[in-house]
Design a protein around this ligand. Structure first.
Ligand code: ADP
Ligand code: MG
Length: 343
């Protein structure tokens, strides 16, 4: 009923801390269907890669076990199919179809909410496959217990195997996705632009992908090379909501300009004062004017851990109190960043 998207493979999936477990569990389940994680239940908000992983799982099973019968469908299709089978009095065919298989993959299982009869039928389908040692993989936009009106017996069954959350992509993963998606489209964007997109589009991968497609299309259409200004122009509509909120990019501009250092210095391992100090200033500002976590801020400046960032923030706060000149510098940074932060 459902066509798999050739692009949704494990190879094309960017792995990061946010989706590592879901990715590993899907691969594990594909290696030994019915044996390692059964059922496998992936949940997460919209656009985080659940469908991609389910499809990658299917491709991977098919590669290893070409004669396996896999049924992959949305829960909506399952429900519709069930309703028409009921209508037509043809439940036997329905049951054969869903039980005479090796692997069942159902996307967006939260659609079972408030559907008493469909839940009941799915319960029997589940039991029959599970008892026969067949692999079941499900996705939903929330954990099993949060699906409204889902029967306890289904909730508990969904938890028999592996339940794992796919989180919205963290900053580094967003960067990697932007780079990968732009490379796939034939135009890898420079880091500066990848950072800009990753900082401004935070919630989901689908939107990141949309931004990349739009930027590259815009660049080809206008013949303009990929630059930060072009990105601002092309993506103005997409990131409007956050316009004016200073980004790490803005902070880097300010700090490298003021202290005459390079971004690569700030990101380097070097600890000489001439570099470590501006780096600490940048971390402090990032903490004060952006919503990034300590981990993310550490990541921007050479992959440092959150205690390093905390230390920098603390040190800068003390210095602001004890050093009037420095305090003025910081005030100036803040003012400029408050004005949108750019040149
Ligand atoms: P969901 O089902 O969770 O709503 P999708 O699987 O449909 O999200 O993902 C939305 C889009 O983002 C798809 O085009 C998918 O290929 C892509 N995508 C999501 N996560 C990743 C990832 N980690 N690496 C590469 N592409 C991804
Ligand atoms: Mg989906």
């Amino acid at each position: 009923d459902f066509v798999l998207n050739q692009k949704c493979t494990f190879d094309n999936f960017v792995v990061g801390p946010c989706n590592r477990f879901g990715h590993a569990a899907s691969m594990g389940a594909a290696e030994q269907p019915g044996k390692s994680y059964n059922p496998l239940f992936l949940h997460g908000s919209v656009g985080v890669g659940k469908t991609h992983l389910l499809q990658a799982f299917c491709f991977s099973v098919l590669e290893r076990f070409p004669d396996y019968r896999i049924l992959y469908l949305s829960c909506e299709t399952f429900v519709n199919h069930f309703i028409s089978a009921l209508d037509a009095g043809d439940m036997q065919r329905f049951r054969d179809k869903y039980r005479d298989i090796d692997v069942l993959v159902i996307d967006d299982i939260q659609t079972l909410a408030n559907k008493e009869k469909s839940q009941e039928e799915f319960f029997h389908t589940f039991n029959s496959l599970y008892n026969a040692g067949k692999q079941i993989v499900l996705s939903a936009d929330c954990p099993p217990k949060d699906i409204p009106t889902l029967h306890d017996r289904l909730v508990s069954r969904f938890k028999w195997g592996m339940v794992t959350e796919i989180e919205p992509p963290c900053y580094e993963t967003r960067m990697a996705i932007v780079k990968r998606k732009s490379r796939e489209r034939g135009d890898e964007v420079p880091d500066e632009i990848a950072r800009f997109i990753a900082e401004n589009i935070e919630e989901n991968v689908r939107e990141l992908e949309g931004a990349v497609t739009r930027l590259i299309g815009y660049s080809r259409m206008t013949g303009a090379p990929l630059s930060l200004d072009l990105a601002r122009e092309a993506l103005a509509g997409l990131i409007e909501v956050r316009k004016g909120a200073p980004t790490v990019e803005d902070i880097i501009h300010q700090v490298t300009d003021h202290y005459q250092v390079k971004l690569s210095d700030l990101q380097s391992k070097r600890r000489t004062k001439a570099i470590a100090f501006p780096r600490q200033v940048a971390m402090y500002l990032a903490r004060k004017v952006t919503r990034h976590s300590l981990e993310e801020i550490g990541g921007f400046f050479g992959g440092r851990d959150h205690t390093t960032v905390l230390y920098a923030v603390d040190k800068m706060e003390k210095l602001i109190v004890s050093d009037a000149v420095f305090s003025k510098d910081i005030q100036q940074f803040m003012d400029r960043l408050g004005n949108g932060g750019r040149k």
